[in-house]
Write a protein that binds this ligand. Structure first.
Ligand SMILES: Nc1ncnc2c1ncn2[C@@H]1O[C@H](COP(=O)(O)OP(=O)(O)OP(=O)(O)O)[C@@H](O)[C@H]1O
Ligand SMILES: [Mg+2]
Length: 501
């Protein structure tokens, strides 16, 4: 019998149907993948399972008996813990306080801080999270916050653990550790619900699969071993006109030095040393490496977020990089990050205002007043092209699903037609269909004359859309891959070993 079951769940927000008759049954000792496109209803289902929202219709049962959780704390008391997509931590409290939001160990009337630390330590170690427990959560990186939220759920020793895109903020090491932990929990008869857009990890980890499409389960508790990735993708996308296979990036005529991005002998103390790089307009160049390898510093240097200790960085047109992100943006540098906190969206504002924001700022600086009707019209085009799932462009951006918010970020930068496009994991949390369209848009931006620099934890993405990839190892460029040498295995191998062969 299912431990936890949500049956025939419906939920609408205004005119938008998030779930319609969706069902999921969680069994003990099994990992259940909950999949679907951006906006398909996954997070809404997670919120129903964890008591964050009440459905309009349908029933939730625990051990076969109807239940209604008042909130997530109540769910935890019933043995159901959730790791939400939009992290739910108290930024102004320290790590330890965040780990024990409800059930605090007591010694007499006092908090037993020592017992709290002792219980937390092995769990944090297993997740590979090495921070002082007195650190305030707001001082942690996104990945560390994600691990704190996972640790909090594990400390509660739930019978059912629900994780909404837990790996989208983690690096490879963090993801691997988490998948290992979930396997252990399964052996201990915990029921796990796992939401992810990374189908390889789903295939590796999960036992059963439910796919939501437009709020309905089109696959319900299907045995993973009977399905291929293609089967799952078809279920997610549904009948849709066949996409042509993506064209390779157009070749670039080199030369025209004035339109190059140039790094000459650039070093950043303790991060990278002696890096030379030239990227022409029209070229897509990838930077790869393990966490801390130094590749991300390239993006930070070009964005004006870091200054080199030695060497020079010149923007196209042989211009210096202005100090600070704002001025870099004014100089035509766009920074798209898949990091949820770094999105810089105005969540209370309508979608069209977010999409038009960068361009409007740029133009109004030149004394041009952009008519709202023009911004709206352009926004409509982006919404259609990127398939941003929304009621209309007047909708508050904060009401979009996570992946659709990411598409708005991309739209707003592309709308500004930047000279340099810096992309850091631009398709994190984005579904497979949208990913392919985003790749096309990146190619189109390059074809229009942008210099594109791409960092991605998705090596397949790097191998697929880049003309060249620089692989970093311990702060140095270990290899420059292009043509036949450029494939994902080479990227992974060199990132790990620093050796070409
Ligand atoms: N509070 C809300 N108000 C209005 N609409 C909402 C609200 N929450 C969700 N929606 C809408 O419900 C639909 C389902 O959203 P949900 O967050 O469940 O998608 P998801 O499958 O988790 O997508 P993603 O992969 O992007 O995270 C979306 O169209 C979303 O815009
Ligand atoms: Mg979601």
């Amino acid at each position: 019998m299912a431990v936890l079951q949500a049956r025939d769940i419906s939920k609408s927000y205004g005119g938008v149907t998030a779930l319609s008759n969706g069902t999921i049954s969680v069994e003990a000792g099994s990992v259940h993948a909950l999949l679907g496109e951006n906006g398909a209803g996954k997070s809404t289902m997670v919120k129903v399972l964890s008591g964050t929202i009440r459905p309009d219709a349908g029933t939730l049962t625990l051990d076969g008996k109807p239940v209604a959780f008042n909130d997530t704390f109540d769910a935890v008391r019933h043995g159901v813990a959730v790791v939400s997509q939009e992290l739910n931590l108290f930024p102004d409290l320290d790590v330890l306080a965040n780990l024990y939001p409800v059930r605090k160990p007591l010694r007499g009337p006092f908090l037993d801080r020592r017992a709290m630390v002792e219980a937390a330590q092995p769990i944090l170690a297993s997740l590979g999270l090495d921070v002082d427990l007195r650190t305030l959560v707001r001082d942690l990186s996104l990945g560390q916050r994600q691990l704190v939220e996972i640790a909090r759920a594990l400390i509660a020793q739930p019978r059912v653990l629900v994780l909404d895109e837990p790996t989208s903020a983690l690096d490879q090491d963090g993801s691997d550790r988490l998948l290992g932990i979930l396997q252990v929990l399964r052996d201990r008869q915990v029921g796990v619900v796992f939401v992810s857009h990374i189908l390889e990890e789903v295939m590796q980890l999960c036992d059963v699969i439910t796919v939501l499409r437009d709020g309905q389960a089109v696959l319900e508790g299907a045995d993973r071993s009977t399905l291929s990735i293609d089967d799952i993708v078809s279920a997610m996308l549904g009948p849709r006109p066949e996409r042509e296979t993506a064209p390779p990036p157009p070749s670039v005529s080199r030369g025209e030095q004035s339109r190059e991005l140039r790094l000459d002998g650039v070093s950043v103390e303790g991060v990278m040393s002696e890096v030379d790089l030239r990227v022409s307009a029209g070229e897509i160049v990838g930077v790869a490496g393990l966490a801390g390898a130094g590749h991300l510093a390239v993006l930070e240097l070009v964005a004006g977020l870091r200054r080199p200790a030695h060497g020079t960085v010149r923007l196209p047109g042989d211009r210096p990089v202005p100090r600070g992100l704002r001025r870099a943006i004014a100089a035509g540098v766009a920074v798209v990050s898949g990091d949820r906190r770094g999105r810089g969206l105005m969540l209370d504002q309508p979608i069209w205002e977010n999409i038009g924001q960068v361009r409007a700022i740029g133009l109004s600086r030149d004394g041009v007043i952009v008519r709202r009707s023009v911004l709206r019209e352009r926004a409509r085009g982006h919404v259609e092209r990127l398939r941003i799932r929304c009621r209309d462009i007047e909708q508050r951006t904060g009401l979009l699903s996570g992946g659709n918010q990411q598409k708005v970020v991309l739209a707003k930068w592309l709308d500004a037609a930047p000279a340099v496009l810096l992309l850091d994991d631009p398709t994190r949390g984005v579904d497979v269909g949208a990913k392919a369209e985003i790749h096309d848009l990146i190619r189109a931006a390059a074809a229009d004359g942008a210099v594109v620099l791409l960092a991605s934890t998705d090596v397949e993405e790097l191998a697929m859309i880049c003309h060249r990839v620089l692989v970093f190892h311990r702060g140095k460029v270990a290899a420059r891959l292009s043509g036949d040498d450029l494939d994902q295995h080479a990227i992974v191998r060199i990132s790990n070993t620093g050796e070409r062969q």
